[in-house]
Write a protein that binds this ligand. Structure first.
Ligand code: MG
Ligand code: ZN
Length: 219
């Protein structure tokens, strides 16, 4: 009986992931047909995802690009409020109990948003470094943001999400000295996983490295 139960679980999981990928393709087609570039911003709680999206949006807006954000959180609308306060078109998505966004939630959000003239969409995923990796949303880029305040072992502990993302950012590098974090060690860990990419170093507070991130997400 145990074996049968386990097999059913595995089949269910395969179906859920396949269905998610199907809807992700649908989201991608929809965004491309509207001329909207997009990035799924994943990363740990407190790594600075919201502040980074606001800072990147400012740079894009200065370049004449209209930006929208989907704010994904388990509950509440704190990030959504911050985006609205910053003058960004925003849509709030609560996942309830789920610790990640999925492409059905994004499909629904896109159907309800007013995206006329929008050139760039940020999707702020739920803060964790585990399951968002398994649920692509149909964006052009997948970006993972960590910060030095989490220590220097994040890449080693969560290799999958770094392998599945095409952009990786180490934020709050201005605090590396205080946190006694060896930035070069994080860079080495990342280079071992993605020798074709460079870990981007940023500080949203000082503005360091943000232009490089803008360059990466606009590619
Ligand atoms: Mg946030
Ligand atoms: Zn999850």
């Amino acid at each position: 009986m145990k074996f049968v139960h386990k097999t059913t679980d595995i089949h269910m999981e395969v179906d859920v992931l396949a269905e998610n990928r199907h809807l992700a393709d649908h989201n991608q087609e929809r965004l491309r047909s509207m001329g909207i570039r997009s990035v799924d911003v994943m990363g740990s709680i407190g790594s600075g995802k919201t502040a980074m999206i606001i800072a990147l949006s400012k740079i894009l807006a200065e370049g004449g690009v209209k930006v929208a954000v989907i704010a994904g959180d388990v509950t509440g609308q704190d990030d959504y409020d911050r985006f609205k306060e910053a003058g960004i078109i925003a849509y709030n998505v609560n996942t309830g109990k789920e610790c990640h966004l999925d492409s059905a939630l994004i499909d629904r959000a896109l159907g309800r948003m007013h995206l006329d003239g929008v050139g760039f969409l940020f999707i702020e995923n739920v803060g964790n470094l585990v399951c968002p990796a398994d649920f692509p949303l149909g964006t052009d880029h997948r970006m993972v943001v960590i910060s030095v305040t989490e220590g220097d072992d994040m890449v080693r502990k969560h290799p999958l999400i770094f392998q599945d993302s095409d952009i990786a950012v180490l934020n709050k590098v201005d605090l590396a000295g205080y946190m006694e974090v060896d930035v070069s060690r994080v860079k080495r860990d990342y280079a071992a996983l993605r020798p074709d990419r460079a870990l981007l170093l940023t500080s949203v507070r000082t503005g360091e490295g943000l232009d490089q991130v803008v360059e990466a997400i606009r590619k």
